[in-house]
Design a binder for this molecule. Structure first.
Ligand code: NAD
Ligand code: TYD
Length: 359
């Protein structure tokens, strides 16, 4: 038996592949375009492992996806592939439309054709699991209840709008054609192999490099943080037992304002890697211009996943963030490797104008 994952060289997909193969002998075919966010170094531990086949390619390349499906006959597709960074979507939305909307559409089309020719139990058991985000639901005010699965869609950034469109296509392919889909909408992930353009890894990496820690606006925007390995276990559970056509929200029950996250990272670094001059890392925090259209608060109500499928996150924020900081301290080579020329260009474009101290 085999599953096809897309985007499996990115942050969540690679954690998913590593965890899957640590617990199962079912093989994985991993289709990834290797954009700036895809990194084969992350999958180095799977080199030579016959259970992992890497294919470099685009989910929007219908001929390629068709041939991968024909060759490997997966029993399921888990679609992680996406452009995923809100700030990049504000600067250049085009790639988000191409991959998140057109790419998902092409993948669905090819999956539908493949599935429609399957027979019997193989056809019955086939699944298309689409990995999406809580950002499709828009922004909450302070007192509002957390997002449930039936919350209206109100995406505010080009990223979340493109993910919302992909969710609608996935839904329509079930409703219209009967494709056996599952959708998960997840809150902010953190953990090992997270690209240092996102809040938590950027703060760790900048702090260690003696650079400033750029907090957007007042730093009081709230996100609901989920340790990536908990997200992976939720996806495995939904794939195994989720009801076809259903949506499951995945969250960590960890709502925190950004500024608190940054202070927590600084305090852990003070403890685990104190600065030679004895000064606290929090002195590196700087306030920078806010993100345009910045969503104020996300919060996930993951109780459907718990009551239907018995899933709960294993990590608290305290245990997960400690593991994460330790992982970055132990893996400077991985960090150096992903900080390529393209990464440096992005950082200077995103922060230099607003923060002259940013290196
Ligand atoms: P990521 O940006 O780290 O990785 C995305 C991967 O997809 C990369 O390896 C990239 O090379 C690949 N990719 C991009 N375009 C492709 C294409 N056209 N064809 C094939 N591969 C392509 O993203 P991530 O953080 O791992 O997110 C994975 C999924 O989870 C995304 O769909 C994202 O929307 C969703 N999600 C992420 C978070 C989060 O906090 N990171 C939260 C909720 C949902
Ligand atoms: P991010 O990790 O980009 O995830 P998302 O925008 O998908 O939630 O950002 C998390 C929060 O941190 C968000 O409110 C924006 C904020 N942020 C900063 O304050 N400074 C930064 O340098 C970055 C990258 C994010």
């Amino acid at each position: 038996m085999t599953i096809l994952i897309t985007g499996g060289a990115g942050f969540i997909g690679s954690n998913f592949a590593l965890d899957w193969l640590a617990q199962s002998d079912e093989s994985i075919v991993n289709l990834d375009k290797l954009t700036y966010a895809g990194n084969l170094e992350t999958l180095a531990g799977l080199r030579g492992d016959a259970r992992h086949t890497f294919v470099k390619g685009d989910i929007g390349d219908a001929e390629l996806v068709k041939s991968v499906l024909a060759k490997h006959q997966p029993r399921a597709i888990v679609n992680f592939a996406a452009e995923s960074h809100v700030d990049r979507s504000i600067h250049s939305p085009e790639d988000f439309i191409q991959t998140n909307i057109v790419g998902t559409f092409r993948l669905l089309e090819v999956a539908r054709a493949f599935w429609s020719h399957l027979e019997g139990n193989v056809k019955k058991g086939f699944r298309f699991l689409h990995v999406s985000t809580d950002e499709v639901y828009g922004s909450l005010t302070a007192g509002e209840p957390a997002f449930g699965e039936t919350h209206r869609y109100e995406p505010n950034s080009p990223y979340s709008a493109s993910k919302a469109a992909s969710d609608h296509l996935v839904r329509a392919y079930h409703h219209t054609y009967g494709l056996p889909v599952l959708t998960t909408n997840c809150s902010n992930n953190y953990g090992p192999y997270h690209f240092p353009e996102k809040l938590i890894p950027l703060m760790i990496v900048n702090a260690l490099a003696g650079k400033s820690l750029p907090v957007y606006g007042d730093g009081l925007q709230v996100r609901d943080w989920l340790y990536v390995k908990d997200h992976c276990s939720a996806i495995r559970r939904v794939l195994e037992a989720g009801r076809v056509g259903e949506v499951y929200n995945v969250g960590g029950w960890n709502e925190k304002p950004n500024i608190e996250i940054v202070h927590t990272v600084c305090a852990l670094l003070d403890e685990l890697r104190p600065k030679a001059d004895g000064k606290p890392y929090k002195e590196q925090i700087t306030t920078v211009k806010d993100r345009p259209g910045h969503d104020r608060r996300y919060a996930i109500d993951a109780s459907k996943l718990e009551s239907e499928l018995g899933w709960r996150p294993a990590e608290t924020f305290e245990s997960g963030i400690r593991k994460t900081v330790k992982w970055y301290l132990a893996n400077p080579d991985w960090v150096a490797n992903v900080q390529s020329g393209a990464y440096r260009d992005w950082v200077s474009r995103q922060y230099d104008l607003v923060d002259a101290t940013q290196g």
